[in-house]
Ligand binder design. Structure first.
Ligand code: MLT
Length: 387
């Protein structure tokens, strides 16, 4: 029986993945796995029994990834599962920004009691004349699942689309429309864009990336969209750019009191993935990742351990080892098996930065002695008996 704790309201679609082997618990210390959406986990203490955390979303800046890795807790996310929901909101927001729709709606509401409203709108609307997006240039920073979909949709709407992504994967590159021009640098993109949309993970490298220099390189009157994380944009530099008119509008899914004091800000309350479809997709992907890890020891879409997959175990035993990525670890592991005269039927080892992960399928039953001997090796973080 596996116990899981949902830290936020997670779609009941997880029950299509979790069978009667799984039960929810309220007690985090009892949980084998946690599913989280936006709860901030940086101050959490994790029990030694916690095996995994799955984020039912993409961004993982609410989870202490390094501390989890040191404790052998595998953290998963759900890349692409909410991409369509976010893409649709970005496209709506692009048009909202260009056509001044939120201000215009507010004007109508404010004048709702005007008995001549039907006539007065013809005068009132003059303040809200906008621009069309067809034929304008959109710069997309980050061509992952969301950025790629936004780029393709904007292309269909007749925009000239430019993108930049130093880590563009082959898969994402192949999904891009042929019309999307991939540039070498953000500076190049700033110089050609009427609209810029940011689709980056928040990391130490991307925090404050849209700074004073970036704004200076942008075209006058640009509309900037940020549906990734608020902290990617430097707040003071943004304030200056809005005051000077360099940025015509800042359209964001991340409202905070300082941002809301600035002129020409359109903010939504982190609504990007708040669609029934995205919530279902994220919950299912998170639950499937957890299930495969808990039952088979396989890792897919982890953000702190390498991907490692040996399928379903067909041999007598399976052991997984999470360990530090240091020299000669495999020699030490295989010596344990050979000392106990155990044949390794299949073995897979993958590394990611400072961490590594091994799956051993063996032709014997897994014994406590074997587990204890592997645990005793310096650099081993966690050993699990899967079978
Ligand atoms: C994400 O990280 O996937 C998005 O911010 C959406 C969300 O979690 O609500």
């Amino acid at each position: 029986m596996y116990k899981y704790k949902c830290l936020n309201a997670i779609s009941s679609a997880i029950n299509t993945v979790f069978d009667d082997q799984y039960e929810p618990t309220e007690d985090m210390d009892q949980a084998d796995a946690i599913i989280v959406r936006s709860a901030k986990m940086h101050d959490f203490e994790f029990s030694d029994d916690l095996l995994a955390i799955a984020r039912a979303g993409v961004g993982v800046n609410n989870i202490p990834l390094e501390r989890c890795a040191e404790q052998g807790i595998v953290v998963f996310n759900a890349p692409g599962a909410n991409a369509n929901g976010v893409k649709e909101l970005v496209i709506a927001s692009l048009i909202n920004g260009a056509r001044n729709i939120p201000d215009a709606i507010r004007w109508v509401k404010d004048n709702a009691d005007d008995p001549d409203l039907a006539k007065d709108v013809e005068k009132g609307k003059k303040k809200y004349v906008g621009t069309e997006i067809k034929g304008k240039s959109l710069g997309v920073i980050g061509l992952g699942a969301i950025g790629g979909m936004v780029a393709n949709a904007a292309d269909v709407l007749g925009m000239n689309v430019y993108g930049v992504d130093p880590f563009l994967s082959v898969r994402n590159a192949l999904s891009l429309s042929r019309n999307v021009r991939v540039l070498r640098s953000r500076d190049e993109l700033y110089g050609v864009s009427d609209f810029i949309t940011v689709h980056l993970h928040l990391t130490d490298e991307t925090r404050g990336m849209i700074d004073k220099d970036a704004f200076e390189s942008m075209n006058d009157g640009v509309i900037l969209l940020n549906f990734s994380r608020g902290e990617v944009v430097d707040e003071q530099a943004l304030a200056d750019a809005l005051e000077s008119g360099k940025v015509r509008k800042y359209v964001t899914d991340f409202a905070d009191p300082e941002i809301m004091k600035l002129p020409n800000v359109i903010a939504t309350p982190h609504l990007g993935a708040s669609t029934t479809e995205a919530e279902v997709n994220c919950a299912i992907m998170a639950a499937e990742e957890l299930r495969d890890y808990l039952e088979n020891g396989n890792i897919t879409n982890s953000v702190n351990f390498p991907a490692c997959n040996a399928g379903v175990c067909r041999s007598k035993g399976r052991i997984t080892v999470a360990h530090k990525n240091t020299p000669a670890m495999l020699n030490k592991f295989t010596k344990v098996f050979s000392d106990e005269n155990i044949n390794i039927a299949n073995m897979t080892n993958q590394t990611r930065g400072d961490y590594a992960y091994c799956i051993f399928d063996i032709d014997s039953e897994t014994t406590d002695l074997l587990i204890d001997d592997l645990k005793a090796i310096d650099g081993v973080i966690r050993v699990r008996k899967i079978k």
